[in-house]
Ligand binder design. Structure first.
Ligand code: SF4
Length: 172
């Protein structure tokens, strides 16, 4: 079987919800309809106007928001998913290090107006490799992982898909 390309977004989704990862990788396209996803796209397209190295596609494998000196930069709407965002950044740093490019990361959260610095350690590299393996195991499953309600569900593009049979407690 051919190895499927795994990207930073896959790692992020795996941490948020394995089912979301599976649905996304199967091309089930609710993502396009989500306001939150649309906001994120606009944010990525308009962030860092003063930098020329923006929206950089590396080896047709993954795209980073911007490069500024020794840093690569990512911008996020809010800090609700810091672990997932951190792993996504570590994935980029790891992939760049495999290409002998050694950078640090900065994640800026627009809502909180904070910026987090991320540095790739050997322990992080091991964690990234383990996560890539776990992502791969999830996306080759024949069926999606079961619905598991998490706080993020109501912001998720697949909410209607996952919970269409459920009466909203707020509306009951
Ligand atoms: S709605 Fe919840 S269970 Fe469904 S994919 Fe999104 S996060 Fe996962």
């Amino acid at each position: 079987m051919q190895e499927q390309t795994i990207g930073g977004v896959d790692l992020q989704y795996y941490i948020v919800c394995k089912r979301k990862l599976w649905l996304y990788r199967k091309g089930i396209g609710m993502e396009d309809e989500s306001d939150r996803v649309m906001q994120g796209k606009v944010l990525h397209e308009t962030a860092y106007p003063r930098l020329t190295d923006r929206e950089i596609l590396i080896d047709d494998a993954f795209k980073i928001d911007a490069i500024e000196g020794e840093y690569i930069r990512e911008v996020k709407l809010s800090s609700k998913m810091t672990k997932a965002d951190r792993m996504q950044m570590l994935y980029y740093l790891y992939q760049l290090s495999l290409r002998d490019v050694h950078k640090k990361g900065l994640i800026s959260y627009t809502k909180e107006r904070t910026t987090e610095e991320i540095e790739l350690t050997q322990k992080d590299e091991q964690e990234v490799r383990s996560l890539i393996a776990a992502v791969h195991e999830t996306i080759v499953l024949q069926k999606p992982p079961a619905v598991k309600k998490v706080p993020y569900c109501k912001s998720c593009a697949y909410y209607g898909f996952c919970f269409s049979m459920e009466v909203d407690e707020d509306d009951a």
